[in-house]
Design a protein around this ligand. Sequence first.
Ligand code: FES
Length: 173
Amino acid sequence: MLTTQQDRLMGEINNLVDVHGSERSALIPILQDIQKRYHTIGDFEMQVIADRLGIHPVEVYGVVTFYSFLNEGREGRFVIRLCRTISCDMAGKAAVAQQLRNDLGIEFGETTADGRFTLEWANCIGMCDQGPAMLVNGKVFTRVTPEMVHDILAACEKTFGPHTPQTEEEHAL
Ligand code: FES
């Protein structure tokens, strides 16, 4: 994202904080306004909102992934976000990223053709001492290894039946 875009988004989020306040209760109204305007809520916006409200980024990710009305731009039933920030990078993020690409057959920023998985990068989610860290529909996985990727994806696959509607188990995975 360009610096000018980031500046514009930060300004907009600051305005929303002025309108809605900086209490935890302002989180959903702020997210709704961002969603209304951009039809999706990206990692950068989530990080800035967490900073401005003084809450953990995982809380913001959790809310966005839990409420479908905040999540319209995400196509996959499971949204996997691998932290790409420096501590996770040094802890072996690259091998985990490659395993995810191999197993899902997609690049970061893409969704599988069957609509089951979306693969995204995340910025620091506050688990720096336990990297590589990853979120699957808002649930945190730490010290992720390439071997763990198989197990995590297999657990996701288990929730898919021939005609499974989106269920609470998918959020709770
Ligand atoms: S650097 Fe990955 S969680 Fe902080």
